[in-house]
Design a protein around this ligand. Structure first.
Ligand code: HSE
Length: 311
């Protein structure tokens, strides 16, 4: 296997989508692109450019490398050395699944490097990625694309992929600062009122209908009582923008653990109206990203012999 190179591409993801805490996720058309080469054991060469490049580890503690190592350990195969060239297009630390993308990329790279030695099916990929990420709602859409419902059953993490109604146009509003998922999760209470649990069950069920058949009910369907209010003190500007957009009828939610905002618009024109609101609703500048739903998910392919890396 040393000498084998694989090329991997993984999309950004937005988890939760309002009521679907730790369950629902959407793949979005922003990508991390990686080339991974197996080297002799113990050698690591890591180059990173793009989002988060200044903070990302260049040693075996790198999350992509750790994810590759996890798959090799699970398969009982000695870990090779790794050359990793990563071009990151997924905004880092902004609630758009950058860690899920790194984990999905590592798992897919390992699948490619182990091709012909160990076969990894979709269920194994999701299990391995969820073991690293802790929850499956970002890694499922990063691996499989589209809208995913993820849950843990008797056989471990599972997913169902759905295609989103073409009338839904996602807009992401990204601030200049980051939010740690760990810090956001530390604000979650151990117990919630049963009426809030029922509220989210109804909205999550409705959200599946809204995203696949009836975008007209997206505003009600994206309401949440299980996480956004608890986390609002840690990201007041995000909370202000979500409220301002929802007051104007836009289906706006915190993207993942924040601080970005995802708006599920009913057409490209209404995305411009949402951007105009974002320009004045808070003191924070928001970078608008008019994205599409990625339907393909993460991909891996072996680099053909003789072809070279392009930068
Ligand atoms: N469901 C996760 C959370 C997504 O909101 O904490 C972020 O990783």
């Amino acid at each position: 296997m040393p000498g084998r190179t694989v090329e991997v591409r993984v999309p950004a993801t937005s988890a939760n989508l309002g009521p679907g805490f730790d369950t629902l996720g959407l793949a979005l058309s922003m990508y991390d692109e990686l080339e991974v080469t197996a080297l002799e054991p113990g050698t690591y060469e890591i180059e990173v450019s793009g989002s988060g490049a200044e903070e990302i580890a260049r040693d075996p503690s790198n999350l992509v490398v750790r994810s590759i190592a996890h798959v090799f350990a699970d398969a009982g195969i000695a870990m090779p050395g790794i050359r990793l060239v990563a071009r990151n297009g997924v905004p880092h630390g902004r609630g758009l699944g950058s860690s899920g993308a790194a984990v999905a990329a590592g798992v897919l790279a390992a699948k490619g490097l182990l091709e012909g030695i160990v076969e990894l099916d979709d269920e194994a990929l999701l299990r391995l990625a969820t073991e690293l990420e802790g929850h499956p709602d970002n890694v499922a859409p990063a691996l499989f694309g589209g809208l995913t419902i993820a849950w843990t059953g008797e056989r471990g993490p599972q997913h169902k992929k759905l295609l989103v109604h073409r009338g839904v146009s996602p807009l992401v509003l990204v601030p200049g600062y980051t939010m740690s998922t760990k810090a956001a999760r530390s604000l979650q209470p151990q117990h919630v009122p049963s009426e809030d649990a029922v509220f989210n069950v109804s909205r999550s069920a409705l959200l599946i209908a809204a995203l696949t058949q009836s975008p007209d009910v997206l505003l009600d369907a994206t309401d949440d009582r299980l996480h956004q209010d608890y986390r609002a003190p840690a990201m007041p500007e995000t909370n202000r923008l979500v409220r301002a957009l929802r007051a104007e009828g836009f289906a706006a939610v915190v993207s993942g653990a924040g601080p970005s905002v995802l708006v599920l618009c009913d057409g490209p024109g209404s995305r411009l109206d949402a951007v105009r609101i974002a320009e004045t609703a808070t003191d924070t500048p928001w970078i608008p990203q008019m994205v599409a739903v990625d339907v393909r998910g993460g991909t891996v392919r072996e680099r053909a012999e003789g072809s070279s890396s392009q930068s």
